[in-house]
Ligand binder design. Structure first.
Ligand code: ATP
Length: 424
């Protein structure tokens, strides 16, 4: 239907980017393919004034598919049609753009855009395997447009950048390249790897890791890439490759994946399995917080802000050093489990995990004990029980319940009968 609508207007329509790559890969590997994210590009008009063609096509399609939601993104003249997941279909996101050329007014800036042809549209993309198009309109519908050798690179399992300067213009492409390489089990084409190392050596990370950066859009892209990587099953291999390339410096110039940080990330897996059984924590976010918590305390808050983490995360990372100092000083002086309980219950699970990962074994074991046992113990009697026992509701209830909890956690009372006796 989309190609018919384009043909009616005398335009060409192409499937581009990741969907073409994934289609070709699926065909080669005879594996099932599930594409929820489709990028279409319209081309073939005669004047650059047609920059709104993609939007016009999207509007026409929305008239036909009224259950789709239409979003228009003005600055780049793109439109998206969204179908939400229902009982029959998975969600589907179709981006429709007008063929365009992007240029960067200065390195690591946001690109500026003008209308152009499909070849130029593909030429502005990152990797050859992402720069192919499949023609959807006639004549020659079904033809693969591969100007830069993407098909051969797919066959040779290589991630090759299109332009030598690409990583300097947009350092987040380093993360994208690593993501594609690790995800598909490909290697970085040697020249591409050289360009990455060159970009890193020339200090490109200054622009992503800078405080009060002039390029917040770049940091948004870095966060998006980090989120993809840290949420994926291959996150550890991706981090290793990023570290090997020196690219973790894009997060902070001092960040290195050394043996200690690897140990903490491995331990995190066990923690999440053990202490977050209901899976309330977001795994990629926890992994990112562990990376940030590994930095010197004075950098943590700034990096969390740069990466536009949630306010909760930023505050947690900013306060981590103070909380950690308090816990490390006080825990060894405590003799009773209830003292540990009252200290640690002030903090959320994420804070306790971050501190446990970094602490000496003795402290860590105390935190584990709190999380597995002491933190889950309920007082043996509740407010209703107190009422039944003849205690009039009063502000003292809370103190009584706390006393009961203390006695339970410290093993002084074991059942309701002992609890009643304890109160009297
Ligand atoms: P995925 O399956 O992981 O979503 P994708 O290739 O579809 O992979 P997107 O981030 O959705 O990735 O990007 C769509 C297309 O836009 C890419 O295939 C690529 O052609 C182009 N692209 C995306 N980000 C960049 C970038 N930073 N620089 C150049 N081209 C890019």
């Amino acid at each position: 239907i989309a190609s018919q609508e384009a043909e009616k207007r005398g335009w060409h329509l192409y499937l581009v980017g990741g969907a073409v790559r994934d289609l070709l890969l699926a065909e080669a590997e005879t594996r099932n393919l599930m594409i929820n994210d489709i990028d279409l590009v319209v081309d073939g008009f005669h004047q650059t004034a047609d920059v709104g063609a993609g939007v016009e096509l999207a509007k026409a399609l929305q008239q036909i598919y009224q259950n789709a939601r239409l979003e228009i993104h003005g600055a780049f003249q793109t439109a998206a049609l969204l179908w939400h997941k229902d009982l029959v279909l998975d969600s589907l996101w179709v981006d429709i753009a007008t063929a365009r050329t992007e240029f960067y007014p200065y390195p690591a800036a946001n690109p500026e855009v003008e209308a152009s042809s499909i070849r130029q549209d593909l030429y502005r993309r990152d990797f050859t395997i992402n720069a192919m198009a499949l023609r959807l309109t006639s004549p020659r519908a079904g033809e693969l447009l591969d100007f830069f050798g993407g098909f051969i690179d797919l066959e040779n399992q290589q991630v090759r950048i299109l332009h030598p300067n690409s990583f300097i213009e947009d350092p987040t492409r380093i993360y994208r390249g690593v993501r594609f390489a690790v995800r598909f089990g490909f290697s970085l084409e040697p020249q591409t790897e050289t360009y990455i190392r060159y970009a890193i050596n020339s200090g490109v990370y200054d622009r992503t890791s800078q405080e009060n950066s002039k390029t917040p859009a770049l940091q948004t892209r870095l966060k998006t890439e980090l989120k993809y990587i840290l949420a994926a099953p291959y996150w550890q291999s991706a981090l290793e490759l990023l570290d090997n390339l020196g690219a973790l410096q894009c997060i902070h110039s001092t960040l290195k994946l050394d043996a200690e940080l690897s140990r903490q990330l491995n331990l995190l897996k066990h923690c999440l399995r053990k202490f977050d059984k209901k899976q309330t924590l977001i795994n990629w976010q926890m992994r990112l917080e562990v990376l940030i918590a590994y930095l010197q305390p004075e950098y943590r808050g700034k990096v969390a802000k740069n990466l536009q983490l949630t306010d909760d995360s930023i505050i947690r990372l900013e306060k981590l050093f103070t909380v950690e100092s308090e816990i490390i000083t006080l825990l060894p002086t405590f003799e009773k489990p209830s003292q540990t309980l009252y200290l640690l219950r002030k903090y959320d699970l994420q804070t306790l995990i971050l501190i446990a990962l970094q602490s000496p074994r003795k402290i860590r074991r105390r935190i584990w004990q709190y999380l597995t046992n002491w933190g889950n113990i309920q007082p043996l009697l509740n407010g209703n029980d107190l009422k039944k026992l003849g205690y009039k509701p009063s502000p003292q209830y809370k103190q009584m319940l706390d006393d009961l909890l203390t006695a339970t956690v410290d093993g002084i009372i074991k059942d309701k009968a002992e609890a009643q006796e304890f109160l009297t």
